[in-house]
Design a protein around this ligand. Sequence first.
Ligand code: SF4
Ligand code: SF4
Ligand code: SF4
Length: 264
Amino acid sequence: MTPSISLIQQIDALLPQTQCGLCGHRDGCLPYAKSIAEGEDANKCVPGGQPVADALAALLSRPKLVAEPSVWEIQSDGRPQRMKAIIREDECIGCTKCISACPVDAIIGSGKLMHTILTDLCTGCELCIPPCPVDCIDLVEDTQSIPTESQRLDEQADLRQRYYAHIQREENRRIHRKGPVVRAEIDTELFAQYTEQNQQLTAIEVIEKSEQPKLILDAKSTIELAKIRTQIKKLEKQLSVRPDAKKQQQLEALLQQLSDVQGE
Ligand code: SF4
Ligand code: SF4
Ligand code: SF4
């Protein structure tokens, strides 16, 4: 049975909105919230720790499960130690890859210039560390006091909003090929559905693949071909479960693109 948006919303409200993917859901908290609503175990949010696992068990009237462990010590509130990233600025080469990777837009800087992390916004999710070609980003313990419950809720609302704005910007950047793409393509459909039904969030617009004017021109690389094939596979899988005229059209357009790019 498809879970209601309202249940997904209640679950999402308990998740930290770090968007780190440590629960196994690469696209962040909302996809995990949806999967929990569909029956997945609710103890996998690493930064949320035991308090979040217990709150979810209570919300869903499920047995309590031991939370997935973190590599960090546990704080007095039962959650893992909060961390922050810092850039060793004299080593930064200004490649901008970390900007694209940060889910909450906590990094500022522009091409070939030194970059800086806005410490107040950084959640310590670590997503900026692997793309940095010169390995100049460190993680340090957050020395600020642990937030109260109401501060935490405000922080979560802000992080959610920042992440959704980031998703929309990255979607546009991907289509228009501006700047490095370091993150796998986010499945924006769920976010679009969710924001459509939540007045407090800016609606996310899904850009149809068939509206990507530059895709054919840019697709003469192995990476582009691989991306087209992945989209085709995904659509074929979805269509094998449920026929959908719009998706069928998208599939045909992609097959045509693949054939054009391969010169068939
Ligand atoms: S904060 Fe928790 S729920 Fe959100 S992406 Fe990270 S592990 Fe998953
Ligand atoms: S600066 Fe790095 S660690 Fe901090 S939120 Fe952004 S990606 Fe995560
Ligand atoms: S990824 Fe590393 S080198 Fe590139 S801008 Fe960010 S901190 Fe600087």
